[in-house]
Design a protein around this ligand. Sequence first.
Ligand code: CA
Length: 240
Amino acid sequence: MMMTDRRDERDIPATVLVVEDEPRLARLVETLLTSIGHRVLTAADGQTAIDLAAAEPLDLIVLDLLLPGSVDGFTVCERVREFSAVPIIMLTARTLEAEKLRGFAVGADDYITKPFSARELLARVRAVLRRSQRSESSPGQIVVHDLVIDLASYSVSLGGKEINLTPTEYRLLLMLARHPDQVVTHAELLTEVWGPDYRDEIAYLRTYIRYLRQKLEPDASNPRYIKLRQGIGYYLSTEG
Ligand code: CA
């Protein structure tokens, strides 16, 4: 699990909260992340994790789903999302689709299934951090109809009313809004928003398109903004 070639993995140092009740695994994840320059905080239960997330400026949370006591990973995710848009990667021993979708629904950005390799962990962490760091660079606004995306503050409003999006929802919307009326393929969206390893994960994309529509569309079953080009991809319509 430990050894991997890390020579070309220069990352921008980030502060990562690792929430894991198995001490051996927590130490291993901590060692891996500190070895590539990140600062790591650890919590062995859900309540400590929520308290730390509220007290510390974090760049990422790696969150075990099954935690001792009454506060599990889903609850941590849900509570942290009440005050923070920090990226969250969930660790789960199971790969149930229903569990994944529940995690996304409460605001997780990605999943790693146990047991995982060092390489996989580092790749996912890097992908999630790059996504959030990349979306921090371009000022200005994108306006489509009454939809306004403010790139400096990452805020989205519709008809003057602010819409709360998770970081992944925001990036997906941004990708569509940068090329209004142009179909962006499933693979392009997955590669840009989630990373090259995800280009075939259509279920991720469908799930997030559904969340975006629920938040943006006056009638989610008859979308006005986010339209599907069957078998190809999605586009943001300026026709309305
Ligand atoms: Ca656990």
